[in-house]
Design a protein around this ligand. Structure first.
Ligand code: SAM
Length: 291
């Protein structure tokens, strides 16, 4: 029987000398792909952010592969050690405590160095809190930016928010339970009552998705302390988009400009502001002029 799906073999075979970046669940232990489990079973070594934490996942899936730690404090020292193992034909999987490694988690230096040295680095995709949160937020997802964790101090946090105040895309941040209130207060100061969504404890028992303007969200968290517990993704809608400019009445704008400008210039400006068709606006300008 063929195991091919969309041209890719479903058989998991770890390749000698390859580092696999393996995504693990962000809460619900069942949110891991079959391929990820098979890969974790097959590789010679798992480099885990916290080996004790990852034991639970390994026990659940009967993964008995040896593990070593790779965290922020030993990542640089591990690079050469792991490169030597890859040179010896071993295959290695990198995992973090939750979600996709490197996404606000260790692994960036390792991947950069190994790729620079020509080693093969291959992804085994799966959950990440960013995408999980965006998928249920109901905020525009055609364009978004992720900024990881916000600064811990209010002054730097406000500066960060201020630097993003004119961005039109959805803004995505990670936040911890002890700072979520302060972050919302600062966001309200900088963004006013923009629409935002807080995704809390995704895929876990107390999963909650709260939508509203920043003032409403702050009030909800102030009145229900339970809503400040757990892990958070904070999403803030971008600055008003071009659509709001499009809602400007182009005919009125054209009329005003025609008082001062010839039809070709006036229609060119309105087309630029509204994104509407220049020729149509020019014809409308001629009609308005003739009235
Ligand atoms: N590598 C992970 C990923 O791919 O999403 C992120 C790791 S980062 C150290 C942990 C932060 O991610 C948390 O503080 C929280 O902001 C966010 N996060 C992780 N799991 C979450 C969940 N289940 N619900 C909401 N936010 C979560």
């Amino acid at each position: 029987m063929s195991n091919d799906f969309m041209g890719q073999s479903e058989n998991t075979i770890s390749e000698a000398g390859c580092l696999y970046i393996v995504a693990t669940p962000i809460g619900n232990i069942e949110d891991i792909s079959t391929r990820a489990v098979n890969m974790l079973k097959q590789v010679d070594l798992i480099a885990a952010e916290d080996t004790r934490h990852s034991q639970r996942l390994c026990q659940h899936y009967a993964i008995s592969t040896p593990m070593i730690s790779l965290h922020d404090h030993n990542e640089e020292a591990r690079i050469q050690q792991l490169a030597t193992k890859l040179d010896n034909g071993q295959s290695i999987a990198l995992i973090s405590d939750a979600g996709t490694p490197l996404i606000s988690d260790p692994g960036f230096k390792l991947v950069r160095e190994l790729r620079l040295k020509g080693y093969k680095v291959s992804p085994i995709p799966g959950p990440s809190a960013i995408i999980t949160a965006l998928s249920v937020a109901g905020l525009p997802t055609d364009s978004f930016s992720f900024f990881g964790f916000l600064p811990a101090k209010s002054g730097s946090r406000k500066q960060k928010y201020q630097s993003l105040a004119n961005r039109e895309e959805t803004l995505v941040f990670y936040e911890s339970s002890h700072r979520i209130m302060a972050s919302l207060e600062d966001a309200l100061t900088i963004f006013g009552s923009r629409q935002a969504v807080i995704a809390r404890e995704l895929t876990k028992n107390y999963e909650t998705i709260l939508s509203g303007d920043l003032q409403q969200l702050l009030e909800t968290l102030e009145t229900d302390h339970n809503q400040t517990k757990g892990e958070f993704v904070l999403m803030i809608s971008g600055a008003a988009r071009a659509e709001s400019v499009n809602s400007v009445d182009s005919e009125s704008l054209l009329k005003e400009l025609l008082v001062e400008l010839p039809p070709n210039k006036a229609s060119k400006i309105v087309a630029k502001i509204t994104g509407k068709n220049k020729k149509e606006l020019y014809n409308l300008a001629l009609e308005l002029k003739a009235k």
